[in-house]
Design a protein around this ligand. Structure first.
Ligand SMILES: Nc1ncnc2c1ncn2[C@@H]1O[C@H](COP(=O)(O)OP(=O)(O)O)[C@@H](O)[C@H]1O
Ligand SMILES: [Mg+2]
Length: 266
């Protein structure tokens, strides 16, 4: 069976910066899907894509307080609205992939999975496995889900990726974001921030500041990514955080090159 790669495309990369208006960053998305298509032509691998939300998810989720759970039924309108907004972004991602000749197929988390206090406790993968074996490319995303403890809540793409990586026994996990990897300080705030090429639970204290750059990020930004991926590494699955903004990096990562960003391992 060809190796399985789970790729996360960060919301910060595939959407435009403006937090008021939800818009796809078509220029980035176009280049990224081209890199994916080129890598797939050069190498045979199974691929699952998970993308983030940007303003498509974070803005309505915040507006309706979905990250705090279900407190009154007016939030159900927010559940519906946020999911639909994410579907709109998902449509674009699938559409761009298809235009590059990739047999992508939308995969809706909100109608499939169940959370318990923001952690996935149920997410069936039988269909997913069949699609992957047929060499289709399922495209899931961060979404709003039923939560057994809080009513409803947000499933972060950064949580779905390691969950699927374990369940589907992925060979590799690639996280494409808007910075080169994890630094000792937030590189957007500090010019002298230093990239950490490898992170394990041993050297994690090299990081002096980690968080998220955006006020409206409801899912925890880089800190959440790191915690999720360190936990994944315990199960023997390494991951790499790379820049999706620097052309060519994603393709090289998909083709198996390491050391392009920050490697997270046991
Ligand atoms: N120590 C750090 N190293 C790298 N990035 C950091 C750090 N601390 C905060 N960040 C911020 O995390 C952001 C990436 O997380 P996030 O915005 O959630 O991206 P994504 O859209 O890919 O999920 C970067 O833009 C960066 O500003
Ligand atoms: Mg994020």
């Amino acid at each position: 069976m060809p190796e399985l790669i789970i790729l996360k495309l960060g919301g910060s990369v595939i959407t435009k910066k403006s937090e008021e208006k939800a818009e796809v960053n078509e220029e980035n998305l176009k280049r990224l899907v081209r890199e994916i298509a080129e890598a797939r032509r050069e190498n045979n691998f199974r691929l699952m894509v998970v993308h983030g939300a940007g303003p498509f998810g974070h803005v309505p989720a915040k507006k309706y307080g979905l990250d705090r759970g279900l407190r009154d039924d007016t939030q159900l309108e927010g559940f519906s609205a946020t999911h639909q907004s994410m579907e709109r972004l998902n449509f674009s991602v699938v559409d761009f992939l298809r235009k590059e000749g990739i047999n992508a197929i939308a995969y809706q988390p909100s109608t499939l999975g169940i959370l318990k206090d923001k952690g996935l406790i149920y997410f069936p993968t039988e269909v997913l496995e069949k699609l992957l074996d047929m060499n289709m490319v399922p495209v899931a995303y961060g979404d709003v889900l039923v939560d057994e403890k809080t009513g409803i809540n947000i499933l972060s793409g950064d949580h779905l990726v390691p969950y699927l990586a374990r369940k589907l026994k992925a060979d590799r996990v690639v996280i494409a974001t808007d910075v080169h990897g994890i630094f000792n300080l937030d590189p957007k705030k500090y010019k002298d921030a230093e990239l950490i090429k490898e992170i394990t639970s041993e050297n994690v204290k090299l990081i002096r500041e980690i968080g998220t750059s955006k006020r409206t990020d409801v899912t925890g930004g880089m800190e959440r990514k790191l915690n999720e991926l360190l936990n994944l590494a315990k199960y023997g699955i390494e991951s790499e955080i790379i820049s999706a903004l620097k052309p060519g990096i994603l393709k090289r990562a998909l083709l198996g090159e390491k050391g392009l960003g920050t490697l997270i391992k046991k």
